[in-house]
Design a protein around this ligand. Structure first.
Ligand code: ARG
Length: 270
């Protein structure tokens, strides 16, 4: 009897410590560009991550705002400047526009062009807790030697169950980029517009609810966003030998800048 009580306490403590899966509590203010999305659609509501690009645009995964699921912009919320979900955020916004990549497609073996831009109902202003994310220079390359991190409020361990353990505090995990050829062996549907990241150790990965959030890497002293949390192995996160799959940001620079500038022109003409 005493043994089982002790074991449960140990397991609870381990669970409370573990995170994204296998990460740790982020320091308040260390991810000023990460945002929390609470999306309401035809099926209910669920959460995703995203990153702030400008005072009114957020970058996320297209599957988070899938047009087929009919997201309801007025009933969806973006929280900015958030550390713990229990504490008030600096800004709350609804959505005024969703622009998913025109070729976004969910397939059996992969999610293609899993990238979307979301325009907020009203601009935000920058401060120490709310800042825009930098995107990499087109020439920048990242590999297993890059120092990279992912963060989110997603599941801290799910054993295949959807959103079984949600943390309140933002979790972060340092993780390496995996060689493209290794990744391709794990995920046959992988394209060059995706990358794998993760230690492939059991118990370290992004997970459900982290989708849309940024994978960031150091590049000449600053952190830039290299990827977007997209998908993983179907039957669970953080399985031994399986990294997570991220949309590469670099191939989509034109999509991003054209969406933002054409919207600006449209609003100027209106
Ligand atoms: N698709 C998931 C989401 O909607 C993210 C899954 C990431 N999985 C992984 N094993 N890295 O939140």
């Amino acid at each position: 009897m005493g043994f089982w009580v002790l074991l449960s306490v140990i397991l609870l403590v381990l669970q409370a410590r573990s995170s994204i899966v296998g990460g740790k509590d982020a320091q308040k203010g260390s991810w000023p560009w990460i945002v929390y999305l609470l999306i309401t659609d035809d099926r209910g509501f669920f959460s995703c991550g995203g990153s702030l690009l400008t005072e009114e645009w957020v970058l996320t995964a297209a599957h988070c705002v899938d047009p087929n699921d009919n997201p309801i912009p007025d009933n969806s919320f973006i929280r900015l400047g958030t550390h713990s979900l229990n504490e008030p955020s600096v800004f709350y916004r609804t959505i005024s526009r969703i622009v998913s990549h025109p070729q976004y497609q969910k397939q059996r073996l992969a999610v293609l062009h899993d990238i979307a831009l979301v325009k907020m109902s009203e601009k935000v202003s920058y401060s120490s807790l709310v800042k825009p994310m930098s995107l990499p220079k087109p020439s920048a390359t990242f590999d297993s030697r890059s120092k990279c991190f992912v963060a989110g409020w997603g599941d801290v361990g799910n054993n295949g169950e959807y959103m079984a353990n949600i943390p309140q505090t933002l979790q972060e995990l340092e993780l390496p980029i995996v060689k493209q050829s290794t990744c391709k062996k794990k995920f046959p549907g992988l394209t060059d517009n995706m990358l794998c990241a993760g230690s492939m150790k059991k118990g370290e990965d992004s997970c459900q609810g982290d989708s849309g959030g940024p994978l960031v890497c150091g590049s000449s002293g600053v952190l830039v966003q290299v990827g977007i949390v997209s998908f993983g192995k179907i039957n669970g996160c953080a399985l031994k030998g399986f990294p997570g799959v991220y949309t590469r940001v670099n191939p989509y620079m034109d999509f991003i800048s054209e969406t933002i500038t054409s919207d600006r022109q449209a609003s100027a003409e209106a």
